[in-house]
Design a protein around this ligand. Structure first.
Ligand SMILES: C[S@@+](CC[C@H](N)C(=O)[O-])C[C@H]1O[C@@H](n2cnc3c(N)ncnc32)[C@H](O)[C@@H]1O
Length: 384
């Protein structure tokens, strides 16, 4: 029987109230509560290891850490890897240093920064005075010698930038809303930093290990039969282009390294059609999309889905579970039920399909007005 999940557990909204989880607003993330539920349901214990191959803002990793369970996370987006690492670090030995550095940052003189940025979206996203303030803080955060401390304040600055910007994440793109009234960046930075320091002072984690790596879920290497559970959510088909949506944060504060589009993990297979797929079973699962517009995107997405599922299957221990939160794809001609297809592919890979549990229904529209169909967001439970 399906477990009934509270509304919104597949989304990030509930995390906005939770200390540390809310150090970066990651719209595409899921709630900590769903991870806690799954940890309980799969009876995971201290000393075991959870894998999250698409760790995003680190929800699974942080929830595992709260329960004293080891975890390993991968992602290809710099901001995701950075935020996951910063959120799951141990700050117990540097709290005084954090407080001292914050005092230093409070006292840095206001200095007008020369804006050399040419990227139009960034120039539109911030008034010049705010951009100058942000760059000034960045320069001073960069002078902090202890990397754990400087990363902490850099994530705080990224968080500040999202609150002091006209840019808003709207589905797959960035919208500029100049009617927003923006607080001064330094004021917001100090307020956010104080709150973050309070979080690390208050929360005590039981001991465990957390690893975060910048790695592609299609080709990471972990030891065979070494993982006790997988809790994850891959990018959704035709949903968002992560490198676009997080462009401002990555460009301003992190060194961007990865430029390939991530929407549907389109890599070297991006021009394949369904008939080019070598795997006969997969070809059959996708046959109804042959000849449809965006056929190549659908084919690539599911070829890649098979690759990451194979990877996960290899490192998962026998009789252990893999929980995947996934939503369908919305196209102008209809919807693609990713949960069902992922379940079929998982069976081909060797998993037992335990259940597809509905989490949410999303209306799929064309031009934001005409209803095309209804998309399911589901929890697919697999067992090796
Ligand atoms: C739905 S989000 C995961 C959100 C995460 N569960 C959370 O709560 O924050 C999907 C993530 O997959 C990442 N991603 C996309 N393609 C990837 C790939 N080939 N390998 C690893 N990560 C990838 C994206 O950067 C994004 O962070």
């Amino acid at each position: 029987m399906h477990k009934k999940y509270k509304k919104n557990l597949s989304g990030f909204v509930e995390n906005k109230r939770l200390p540390i989880y809310n150090w970066l607003y990651y719209k595409e993330g899921f709630s900590a509560q769903i991870v806690f539920d799954l940890i309980e349901r799969f009876d995971l214990k201290k000393g075991q290891t959870i894998l999250e191959p698409f760790c995003g803002s680190g929800t699974t990793l942080l929830a595992a850490k709260e329960k004293g369970i080891n975890s390993v996370g991968f992602d290809v987006l710099d901001i995701a890897v950075f935020a996951s690492a910063v959120k799951t670090r141990d700050y117990s030995k540097v709290i005084d240093e954090l407080k001292g550095s914050l005092e230093d940052l409070k006292n840095v003189p206001k200095r007008k920064q020369k804006i050399r940025i040419k990227e139009k979206i960034i120039l539109r996203a911030f008034p010049e005075r705010i951009l100058s303030e942000l760059l000034n803080i960045k320069e001073n955060v960069g002078k902090i010698k202890n990397r754990v401390v400087s990363d902490f304040f850099l994530l705080c600055l990224i968080n500040t930038a999202t609150k002091t910007s006209f840019a808003m994440k709207d589905g797959g793109c960035i919208k500029i809303d100049k009617s927003r009234s923006l607080p001064p960046a330094k004021y917001m930075f100090i307020k956010t930093a104080k709150k973050m320091i309070r979080d690390v002072e208050e929360i005590k984690f039981p001991g465990c290990t957390t690893e975060v790596h910048r790695q592609d879920a299609r080709c990471f290497e972990l030891k065979e039969n070494s993982i006790d559970c997988v809790i994850t959510s891959p990018p959704y088909l035709n949903k968002i282009e992560y490198t676009n949506v997080y462009f401002i944060e990555e460009y301003l504060f992190l060194k961007r390294q990865f430029n390939a589009p991530l929407r549907s993990f389109v890599g070297k297979n991006s021009s394949i059609g369904i008939d080019d797929i070598g795997d006969e079973k997969l070809k059959k699962h996708l046959s109804e999309f042959r000849g449809k517009k965006y056929e190549a995107q659908i084919a690539s997405y599911f070829v890649d889905t098979k690759r990451w599922l194979e990877n996960v299957y290899f490192c998962l221990k026998r009789n252990k579970y893999c929980a995947v939160i996934v939503g369908g794809g919305c196209f102008e001609w209809g919807v693609v039920e990713s949960d069902v297809i992922l379940g079929l592919i998982a069976k081909d890979v060797g998993f037992e399909l335990i259940d597809i549990e509905p989490l949410k229904k999303i209306v799929c529209t064309k031009n934001r007005t005409t209803k095309i169909g209804v998309l399911n967001e589901s929890l697919v439970v697999l067992k090796k």
